[in-house]
Design a protein around this ligand. Structure first.
Ligand SMILES: C[S@@+](CC[C@H](N)C(=O)[O-])C[C@H]1O[C@@H](n2cnc3c(N)ncnc32)[C@H](O)[C@@H]1O
Length: 281
């Protein structure tokens, strides 16, 4: 390709035929639906992957993806949305604070709760939950104790979640009074903050595709967060994933989903106890 051809290719969006191939890959591997009107987003993300190999044509990159499962997975990871924040959907954390945690521990704050953040992205919602538990236990005068597991389909995002290091922008949702208490400045780079002990040691992160049968066959969670991921699935997958996560919750355990996701789900086997909050019966 000469310079002029290269320049004009750089501005060419994916054709419908090529877009359909990438949309099919994203949906098959992750269940995430990308609509044809998102072609600009799709083109941008595909080009980003192509730059890794200096591929110069969509056809060439499609051949690569079809021959290489690792790249196919990397492409899928680049097509899912990781938007998250500390204390996102604050009603859920308020509910935990105002009696939810007391109910979950049966009035015994020293109990060690098992928490699953399904589709955890960077871990912001997992750490927000850990902070609520830590505050609840501190108020009761008992030491911090919790086991939190974060899962996500994206290994790249999980590596960042495990590091538990955040930029100033990424912690903007974290109330000021919690920052000095639960974060430490990352010694290498000052503008970065790391989750501090003992919260840091109370969490682990594992790769898991929610469309497949749930992990942890022997573990029953007290609290599961399945937020802002169902909306990317088709209706059948939404229900399947909801049921998977529910199956790993103990009776009396709490499941939280995204506020916009409530309408599309049959919540059989649960009772609604708050905004997008369900107790397993
Ligand atoms: C928008 S983020 C939501 C993060 C967090 N739950 C929240 O509410 O802030 C969606 C996350 O779901 C993950 N995800 C998408 N499809 C998935 C699947 N099939 N299995 C597991 N995780 C998935 C993405 O990698 C992404 O990190």
């Amino acid at each position: 390709m000469n310079v002029v051809q290269r320049r004009s290719f750089a501005q060419t969006p994916l054709s419908q035929k090529h877009a359909a191939i990438f949309i099919e890959i994203a949906e098959r591997l992750s269940g995430n639906r990308i609509t044809p009107d998102q072609v600009d987003f799709l083109t941008l993300r595909v080009r980003r992957r192509m730059r890794v190999y200096r591929d110069e044509s969509f056809e060439g990159y499609i051949r690569r993806v079809q021959d290489d499962q690792v790249e196919e997975h990397a492409l899928m990871e680049s097509l899912v949305t990781h938007t998250t924040d500390f204390f996102r959907e604050p009603g859920h954390f308020k509910w935990l604070r105002n009696g939810g945690l007391n109910g979950l521990t049966d009035g015994k704050p020293a109990s060690c709760l098992n928490v699953w953040s399904a589709a955890c992205s960077l871990g912001s919602e997992l750490w927000s939950t850990a902070i609520e538990i830590a505050q609840f236990q501190e108020d009761a005068g008992v030491p911090y104790c919790a086991n939190l597991v974060g899962t996500d389909i994206s290994k790249t995002i999980l590596a960042r979640a495990r590091a538990a290091i955040f930029s100033a922008e990424e912690i903007s949702g974290l109330p000021i009074q919690y920052r000095s208490k639960y974060l430490q400045r990352n010694s290498i780079e000052n503008q970065r903050f790391r989750i501090a002990s003992p919260l840091l040691e109370s969490a682990s992160f594992v790769a898991h595709n929610l469309l497949t049968p749930p992990l942890f066959s022997t573990l029953q969670f007290d609290l599961s967060l399945l937020r802002n991921v169902l909306l990317y699935f088709n209706k059948d997958d939404q229900q399947r994933v909801f049921n998977h996560v529910l199956s790993r919750l103990r009776p009396g355990g709490i499941l939280m989903i995204g506020h916009t996701e409530v309408l599309s789900i049959e919540t059989i086997g649960t009772r609604r106890v708050g905004p997008a909050i369900f107790i397993k019966e």
